[in-house]
Design a protein around this ligand. Structure first.
Ligand code: NAD
Ligand code: TYD
Length: 340
């Protein structure tokens, strides 16, 4: 029997990278193709343990490059596409929205055209809860799959646009699809520009941690391996055309998150520095995951177990993040923050 071919876009990044490793290990009977442009956010060093496996393949390509993507699909005839590749950082979308439109919207459209042309079993589009906009601080309100899309940042607007294209290719051309919308992920290989790895790496170096505004904004944290298991389930069991929200009821204010990390590392809370707020900073995200739970998903990590595991991973894998924060990232940090 020929092996099923799974194309994972953005498999050199944080979530896609964890997903590729999860799939290569769990499904020796599938061929996993990691397609990635290797932007600042992608690296292949994370895959040193799987790169020799015969069911893992790497393809360097730009998802927005139609001339490369369409012939690739015609040649390889992928069975599934799991689409993670994106520009993913809200702060970067505020200073440079153009690349978010190109990659997140046009790139998704190119992949949809390619998938339509060759006829795939399913296109899984990995989106975000940020497309729903923000919630207020009333703890009884949550995002459901029916919440209207009201994105506030250029990042979330580009993701919402791509979600609508995926929906339209399903409605118009009958392309088999699912859309997943997850809350903030954390875990191994999280790029240190995002709150949790930024805090861990800076606290370990005794550097100030920039907290936007008063630190009262709330995010609903999801361990990346719980997210990978959710996508696996949706890929195999999701109802064609459906949207699934992914979140584990782990709401924390940013200040709580930063203090948890500082205390776990036995450092001083004096490292916290309150800085100018992010423009258009969404107050609160919180997911109602009932629909996915009915499909059979439950998170394995609480925030407490997940954050301990993640801190330990950053302690054990200093080489990986030290090499990132010493390069181009350093200039990015200096441009965006005026901290010591
Ligand atoms: P990431 O920034 O860590 O990785 C993105 C990957 O995409 C990188 O490897 C990069 O090289 C690649 N890429 C970028 N542009 C490309 C292009 N034009 N062609 C091919 N590859 C390209 O992102 P992440 O945090 O792993 O997020 C993955 C997906 O999950 C994104 O679609 C994001 O919107 C979504 N998401 C992320 C979170 C989160 O908390 N990180 C939460 C919700 C949804
Ligand atoms: P981030 O990790 O960028 O994810 P997102 O914007 O997709 O939620 O930010 C998480 C929260 O942390 C968000 O409310 C902004 C805040 N934040 C800070 O307070 N300081 C920082 O340096 C960063 C990067 C984020």
């Amino acid at each position: 029997m020929t092996k099923k071919k799974i194309l994972v876009t953005g498999g050199a990044g944080f979530i896609g990278g964890n997903f590729v490793q999860y799939m290569v290990d769990k499904y020796p009977s599938y061929n996993i193709y990691n397609l990635d442009l290797l932007t600042y956010a992608g690296d292949l060093a994370k895959h040193h343990e799987i790169e020799k496996k015969e069911n893992y393949h790497f393809l360097k390509a730009d998802i927005a490059d139609r001339e490369a993507i369409i012939p690739l699909f015609e040649k390889e005839k992928f069975d599934y596409v799991v689409h993670f590749a994106a520009e993913s950082h809200v702060d970067r979308s505020i200073t440079d929205p153009g690349v978010f439109v190109r990659t997140n919207i046009l790139g998704t459209q190119v992949l949809l055209d390619a998938a339509k042309e060759v006829g795939i079993s399913k296109f899984i589009h990995v989106s975000t809860d940020e497309v729903y906009g923000e919630l207020d601080f009333d703890p009884t309100t949550f995002f459901s799959e029916e919440t209207p899309l009201q994105p506030n940042s250029p990042y979330s607007a580009s993701k919402a646009s791509s979600d609508l294209l995926v929906r339209a290719y399903h409605e118009t051309y009958g392309l088999p699809i699912n859309i997943t919308r997850c809350s903030n992920n954390y875990g191994p290989y999280h790029f240190p520009e995002k709150l949790i790895p930024l805090t861990i790496s800076r606290v370990l170096n005794d550097e100030k941690v920039p907290v936007y505004g008063d630190g009262g904004n709330i995010r609903d944290w999801l361990h990346v391996m719980d997210h990978c298991a959710a996508i696996d389930l949706v890929m195999h069991e999701g109802v064609n055309g459906d949207v699934y929200n992914v979140g584990g009821h782990n709401e924390r204010t940013n200040l709580e998150v930063v203090k948890t990390i500082i205390n776990a590392l036995d450092k001083s809370e004096d490292l916290i520095e309150f800085v100018k707020d992010r423009l258009g900073h969404d107050k609160r995200y919180a997911i109602d995951p009932t629909k996915l739970e009915r499909l059979g998903w439950n998170p394995n990590y609480t925030f407490e177990t997940g954050i301990s595991q993640t801190i330990q991973w950053y302690l054990d894998n200093k080489e990986w993040w030290e090499q990132i924060i010493s390069g181009e990232y350093k200039k990015y940090f200096e441009r965006n923050y005026s901290l010591k």
